[in-house]
Design a protein around this ligand. Structure first.
Ligand code: F6P
Length: 368
């Protein structure tokens, strides 16, 4: 029987997942492996939904958005929600023994997981549980997320596409803001990291960029808009990360999902910022929430290349006999790190980030 690899796309989807599936599966098949495509992230492992991928299935998908395998950002085998208790909290069960039994039965030796920090944690917990149970399970990570917030790699696939979608949207918003002499606030994703807002903001020359790493002050933002207006700039663009919050204030939460390993869904800061600017300056202010548009559709060319490099690296590591690694980019070079490195961490924008420094030199306001 051929050696078997399980392939999972887990967590929130992002452009480039199909490119990774193709980059893992084609070389693996050529080397004589069977690649089991597991459906809907770790949920497919819990529910035993998987099948051996064919060459035809993984061909022609490079530029396709989403993931042909499906994904889930709720299913963690170690803490799987089976209902909601009277206290409103999720009732959790440990489904790792059942997943390990399936992995053993299906003779899966390596699990390749395209995911973010949550998925890397799940994968390494599964490998540890397998080890304890006396099985050997190798886990390989491919760093995915539009948020670009994975420790151990300076870039994740999906990020560049999200930035370019956000930048295109802001460019469009800018012309209507100019026509109507308005303030337009554009809320972008990114969880607790400001990478998307920073890069989309700089790419579009946004006047104010608000990121979670720098708590903002409504008065300071309003002053910036007022000064611009006095200098004849009768419109302003604010690019705000969903995780940005006022100094001494709270995160804007749109929803809490107790069944999810990461239950907080952020949202609402864009409206608050627009309302407060209008209140303080009297200048009409509107907001746009880009939301999941940033995660959809075809990856930009650079993300297709990055996904291909990272996916191919994952399978190359299997062939080299490496264990429990995550493909990564460091100092612009393709490399790999211990899969535990990104677990439980988030890579946020550092104070000395060169993009932020350049923006400051260009008098971009960070709301502080
Ligand atoms: O991690 C990717 C991401 O899109 C974040 O930027 C965002 O906060 C979150 O996922 C949204 O999750 P959901 O798809 O469950 O609404």
């Amino acid at each position: 029987m051929a050696k078997r690899i399980g392939l999972i796309t887990a967590g929130g989807d992002c452009p480039g997942l199909n490119a990774v599936i193709r980059a893992v599966a084609k070389p693996a098949m050529r080397e004589g492996f069977e690649v089991l495509g597991i459906y809907d992230g770790f949920l497919g492992l819990i529910e035993n939904r998987m099948h051996v991928l064919s060459w035809a299935e993984v061909s022609g998908i490079l530029a396709q958005g989403g993931t042909i395998l499906g994904s889930s950002n709720k299913a963690n085998p170690a803490r799987f929600a089976v209902g909601i208790g009277a206290d409103g909290k999720a009732i959790m069960e440990d489904r790792r023994p059942q997943c390990l039994e399936l992995i053993r039965r299906e003779k899966i030796e390596t699990l390749i997981v395209a995911g973010g920090d949550g998925s890397m944690t799940i994968a390494s917990e599964l490998a540890a549980a397998a080890h304890q149970a006396g099985h050997s399970l190798n886990v390989m990570g491919v760093p995915k997320t539009i948020d670009n917030d994975l420790e151990g790699t300076e870039i994740t696939f999906g990020f560049q596409t999200a930035v370019s979608i956000a930048a295109e949207a802001i460019d469009r918003v800018k012309t209507t803001a100019a026509s109507h002499h308005r303030v337009m606030v554009v809320e972008v994703m990114g969880r607790n990291a400001g990478w998307i807002a920073l890069h989309a903001g700089v790419a579009t020359g946004s006047d104010v960029i608000l990121i979670p790493e720098i708590p903002f002050d409504f008065d300071a933002i309003a002053d910036c808009v007022r000064v611009r207006s006095r200098h004849g700039k009768r419109y302003s663009i604010v690019c705000v990360a969903e995780g940005a919050k006022p100094r001494g204030g709270q995160l804007f939460v749109s929803k809490v999902d107790p069944t999810s390993p990461d239950p907080i869904r952020l949202g609402g800061v864009g409206k608050a910022v627009a309302d407060e600017i209008e209140k303080r300056t009297g200048i009409e202010s509107r907001y746009v929430v880009l939301g999941h548009v940033q995660r959809g559709g075809t990856p930009v060319a650079d993300d297709r290349v990055l996904s291909t490099l990272l996916g191919e690296r994952a399978i190359a590591m299997v062939l080299e006999g490496k264990r429990d690694r995550m493909a990564a980019v460091q100092r612009g070079r393709l490399t790999d790190v211990d899969i535990n490195l990104p677990c439980g961490k988030q890579r946020t924008v550092p104070k000395d980030d060169p993009v932020m420094r350049a923006a400051l030199e260009l008098e971009t306001h960070f709301g502080d």
